[in-house]
Design a protein around this ligand. Structure first.
Ligand code: URA
Length: 194
């Protein structure tokens, strides 16, 4: 299929995401899915949780503008990659908020958004899918009908029919300060089969 057709398919997906009203609490939020997510030719596809209030929810670019994004950029640089070489999206495309603060997306919101994730994967056809955190891993589990767990499968390259799945922790300060420090996350990122 030519790049032109692929891009048309992505533009169509972008429009569908922009007009999606499936989640009552997210209906007025902006879906973050556009050419700013990265390259459609990327062989590495990162999935995070959801746009953050100070990050993608404000800048329109996944992992840009907040501390999670700053950490992500450090990790990406550590393995010699730049944003334009990869594709970055979220399990849930809209910013889930409660009283003006970020909240975890609900199971229903994750399920509602899997069709966008699946279609993005079908369009880009990456060699490696890196999930960042449990929400992203759960979303991919729903698509693949698998039951991978971060605690058991972290930094393992798992061969799936269409790509290698590589589960990692989320780079948010909440995780890097308490659960998976940046030094360890750098080691994890270095194992991504690029
Ligand atoms: N920004 C994103 O785009 N995703 C996250 O999961 C966190 C911050």
């Amino acid at each position: 299929m030519s790049q032109f057709k692929i891009s048309n398919r992505f533009l169509q997906l972008e429009k569908q995401a922009a007009s999606c009203r499936l989640c009552p609490k997210l209906a007025d939020e902006t879906a973050i899915l556009s050419s700013a997510n990265g390259s459609l030719d990327a062989s590495i596809f990162f999935i995070a949780e959801a746009p953050g209030r100070f990050g993608a929810g404000r800048t329109g670019v996944p992992f840009q503008g907040d501390r999670s994004g700053d950490n992500f950029e450090v990790l990406l640089k550590h393995i010699g990659l730049i944003r334009s070489e990869v594709f970055i999206t979220n399990a849930v495309l809209c910013n889930p908020l409660i009283d003006g603060n970020n909240r975890r997306p609900s199971a229903k919101e994750i399920k509602n958004c899997t069709s966008f994730l699946k279609e993005s994967l079908d369009i880009i056809r990456p060699k490696v899918v890196v999930t960042l955190g449990t929400v992203a891993l759960n979303a991919i589990n729903q698509i693949l009908s698998t039951r991978f767990q971060l605690s058991q499968n972290v930094a393992q390259s798992i061969s799936m029919p269409d790509f290698k799945l590589f589960p990692l922790y989320h780079p948010s300060p909440r995780v890097t300060n308490w659960k998976r420090p940046m030094a360890q996350q750098k080691k994890d990122f270095s194992k991504i089969p690029i």
